[in-house]
Design a protein around this ligand. Structure first.
Ligand SMILES: *[C@@H]1O[C@H](CO)[C@@H](O)[C@H](O)[C@H]1NC(C)=O
Ligand SMILES: *[C@@H]1O[C@H](CO)[C@@H](O)[C@H](O)[C@H]1NC(C)=O
Ligand SMILES: *[C@@H]1O[C@H](CO)[C@@H](O)[C@H](O)[C@H]1NC(C)=O
Ligand SMILES: *[C@@H]1O[C@H](CO)[C@@H](O)[C@H](O)[C@H]1NC(C)=O
Ligand SMILES: *[C@@H]1O[C@H](CO)[C@@H](O)[C@H](O)[C@H]1NC(C)=O
Ligand SMILES: *[C@@H]1O[C@H](CO)[C@@H](O)[C@H](O)[C@H]1NC(C)=O
Length: 741
């Protein structure tokens, strides 16, 4: 579904830009990066509408009109403002000395409790929740579609007031005269940044959708007993950091999140004093100087804020990952070990496992006629497509894709069908999703669909029923990467392995607005799991940089599923590094990684110059003057990242060497030995092979070198790993992605 959305987005974007003379006069939102004159603090600059007023003459508009064009002003994560301007107006102001760059804004989309148990966090007395006091006092800022105040997941029972540094507020606008009632010691802030047609709205931060309620409660929801959806997934619901505070920044409305509003939310969150930012939003990958999340995220990171983002829902095609800047945590999505089992049983006795959240009690086990209206081609059960086809009292097979999965069931139901078997497309393979279907239904893998279609073809009287087995835990081969999770390599920075990490993103139970809870899937769901885990780390290690926290998450991840095989993908094959990144997050290990790969803001300057960006491109991202000719430029592989990507050219003699530096965050005295695994097609070495530490925070560097072992044709990427292992059994693991060109 997501790739379809992107396709339409892309088309409309092209249309918009290619509109020629007519669109020239159309006003669009621009993000205006401003050069503050030296000696002036960006905070003193305050009202950017003055700047636009000052050029009203150039724009040939009234001063008041100029002021009204301003949407938001930014002063924390960038210096500048957003405004509604036409292309010719942008051209007219391009020569003004304070203008650094005017960038058209972008549209993002939201990327649609069992998980604490699955992640090993269940027991209130468990060591991780115990050691972190469940994230108490840490503030997680969530940029999404708003919040449902009063929901039990936002109960503040036993919560302390927000820390003294908190400067945010609760602003429910027109929604309530008693905003105080809405906010409490759990939900400490809520504001809306939605701009409609250019003017910042007074819209309330109330979630009209449910997405923002779901993501924020996943990150830091309170304990709620008996949470369930239609009786399924019953249990104790809780977020990853149940005692962290939540601050909500509404930036999405009606399934769209405008770039200028996202920047405004990030800007406010940094000023308010959040510790972690969670963004379950995605768009097409763009160079970082055009990408509001990359720009806002960079300057949040320099202020010590950890930024966690969804990888996107455009898999399984490769090079689809978004939110891929190295200072962001990019989160892929996997299954948990829970299934909402709905077994399809055919007239010939064969059975096929599928999934559905809706598990009707009274569905008769008698056999119903089974039809597939598509014959040899796909049949999507689009609206109106069953007109004139007799499906009364029958179970209908529908292929996945184009229209929504739930809508397909509604189409079947309206046509008089009694049930639906929803069949994956080839690219979705074995990845199935549990949905709240409108009728008895089961979502099955592609391979099973082929078998059922063949049965329908070969039988004169095909019949089937659906058996609802309920919620099953300990499902084999979990976690597994889902087909929808966006894959690397990154288009923008192929020399940094992305996504970074995998978290639960399939059939996640969390709070919702209209009903109490909902089970939904997406990298939108995996991102807030990691945001909550980052909050737990921050609680125990308040002095760690965002890069150190990320390193702790990545180097302790696991790579085997519950059958001791490599984590699989939608084809049931071992998932590659472009699907899982460093592996699946393991909260039980993240507090004590032993060593971390740290990165300073200055290191990123060298990296950005090394990407070939101009001084001005770099300036738009980092909002300070960087002269790339006077600082060290480094290749991507040289950034002190916790994973390693190396490209080896066909020229066999060339050795590629990177230097990495690790910081000791474990016991003062520690020794680590290098264990390097690479496939035969390359030879690799680490120098030195032993690192000895005598102090906490001591740093040690090593060099890792790669060379092709023989001249060979280019092959797809191959994989290896570097592990630093201590006699006390600490393992600091970096995956290695090797691209043979
Ligand atoms: C949790 O902490 C309490 C004290 O705060 C301690 O008594 C208890 O043993 C700890 N439990 C675990 C599992 O570490
Ligand atoms: C079913 O039969 C039709 C016509 O005989 C054929 O074209 C199609 O490929 C068959 N489909 C399957 C799944 O076997
Ligand atoms: C689901 O229920 C059906 C019918 O009772 C049974 O045949 C099947 O084995 C069950 N599947 C699982 C995995 O429990
Ligand atoms: C898992 O597999 C590895 C080999 O791949 C083996 O060394 C290890 O003992 C296995 N673990 C379990 C629990 O079976
Ligand atoms: C950047 O640095 C180079 C080398 O130090 C110098 O020649 C150049 O003038 C500088 N450029 C700017 C714009 O300061
Ligand atoms: C990307 O996908 C194509 C087609 O599936 C495959 O041939 C290619 O090897 C992939 N590239 C990488 C870098 O994995």
């Amino acid at each position: 579904m997501a790739s379809i959305c992107f396709f339409f987005l892309f088309v409309s974007f092209l249309f918009y830009c290619g509109g020629g003379a007519a669109s020239d006069q159309e006003r669009k939102a621009y993000i205006i990066h401003v050069e503050v004159p030296s000696g002036v603090s960006s905070h003193d600059f305050g009202d950017y509408s003055l700047l636009l007023k000052s050029v009203a003459g150039t724009l040939e508009i009234e001063e008041d009109d100029a002021a009204s064009r301003v949407i938001h002003s930014y002063r924390n994560v960038m210096t500048g403002f957003s405004a509604m301007l036409t292309e010719s107006e942008v051209a007219a102001i391009s020569k003004v000395d304070w203008l650094l760059r005017a960038v058209p804004s972008l549209v993002y989309r939201p990327l649609t409790t069992h998980s604490p148990l699955f992640l090993g966090l269940r027991h209130r007395t468990h060591s991780v929740w115990n050691a972190t006091n469940m994230g108490e006092g840490v503030i997680i800022g969530v940029l999404d579609s708003g919040v449902t105040p009063g929901h039990p997941s936002y109960s503040d029972r036993g919560m302390p007031p927000p820390p003294a540094k908190w400067k945010g507020r609760c602003d429910f606008g027109n929604a309530s005269s008693s905003a105080k009632k809405f906010c409490n010691n759990k939900l400490i802030g809520a504001r809306s940044f939605i701009s409609y047609k250019g003017s910042a709205s007074t819209d309330s931060p109330i979630d009209k959708d449910g997405h923002g309620t779901h993501t924020s409660s996943t990150a830091a929801g309170a304990f709620v007993k008996g949470a369930n959806v239609y009786g399924e997934a019953k249990g104790l619901a809780a977020g990853m950091a149940p005692r962290a505070h939540l601050a909500i920044y509404k930036v999405c409305s009606e399934d769209e999140c405008q770039g200028q509003d996202i920047l405004a939310g990030m800007d406010a969150a940094v000023e308010d004093g959040v510790d972690v930012l969670s963004l379950s939003l995605g768009g097409d990958p763009r160079p970082f100087y055009l990408d509001p999340i990359a720009i806002g995220g960079f300057n949040a990171m320099t202020r010590g804020v950890f930024v966690s983002c969804s990888a996107g829902n455009s898999g399984p095609s490769n090079s689809t990952v978004s939110n891929d800047a190295p200072w962001l945590l990019t989160v892929a999505a996997s299954t948990m070990d829970r299934e909402f089992l709905a077994t399809v049983k055919l007239g010939d006795g064969s059975e096929f496992r599928g999934e559905s959240i809706y598990q009707p009690q009274g569905f008769s086990s008698k056999k119903y006629p089974l039809v597939f209206p598509g014959g040899a081609s796909t049949f999507l059960c689009l609206k109106g497509s069953l007109d004139g086809i007799n499906v009364k009292g029958k179970i209908v097979l529908c292929d996945r894709g184009v229209n929504g999965r739930i809508e397909k069931g509604e189409v079947v139901k309206q046509a008089g069908g009694v049930g639906m078997v929803l069949v994956n497309q080839p690219q979705d393979g074995y990845s199935t999703l549990a949905d709240v279907h409108a009728l008895p239904a089961s979502h099955i893998p592609y391979a099973y669909g082929l078998k059922i279609k063949a049965y329908i073809n070969s039988s004169s009287n095909p019949t089937a029923t659906i058996v609802f087995n309920g919620t099953i835990t300990h499902a084999p081969r979990s976690p597994a990467i889902t087909s929808f999770s966006s894959r690397g390599p990154s288009q923008i920075t192929p020399g940094i392995l992305k996504p970074d990490i995998t978290g639960p993103g399939v059939s996640v139970l969390a709070a919702w607005n209209t009903q109490k809870f909902n089970v939904i899937s997406g990298t939108s769901m995996s991102c807030p799991h990691l945001s909550g885990i980052a909050a737990l780390i921050k609680k125990v290690h308040p002095d760690w940089s965002p890069a150190a926290i990320k390193s702790a998450i990545m180097t302790t991840a696991y790579v085997k599923d519950n059958t001791n095989n490599s984590i699989s993908d939608e084809r049931n094959l071992p998932a590659d590094l472009f699907a899982v990144g460093s592996g699946h997050v393991k909260p039980l290990k993240v507090l004590n990684p032993g060593l971390v790969y740290d990165i300073s803001p200055e290191d990123y300057y060298s990296y950005l110059c090394g990407l070939g960006y101009t001084d001005s491109d770099v300036r738009v991202i980092v909002h300070r003057n960087i002269n790339c000719s006077s600082i060290k430029n480094i290749p991507e592989g040289e950034l002190n990242y916790p994973s390693i990507t190396v490209r080896l050219p066909a020229n066999q003699t060339r050795t590629v060497t990177f230097t990495r530096t690790v910081t000791n965050v474990g016991e003062a005295t520690a020794t680590y030995y290098a264990k390097l695994d690479v496939p035969d097609v390359v030879s690799a070495s680490v120098v030195p092979r032993m690192l000895t530490f005598e102090k906490v925070k001591a740093k040690k560097s090593f060099r890792i070198s790669f060379q092709r072992s023989h001249q060979g044709a280019s092959t797809p990427a191959v994989e290896g790993q570097l592990r630093w292992v201590s006699p006390t059994r600490r393992v600091v693991r970096s995956p290695i992605s090797i691209i043979l060109e």
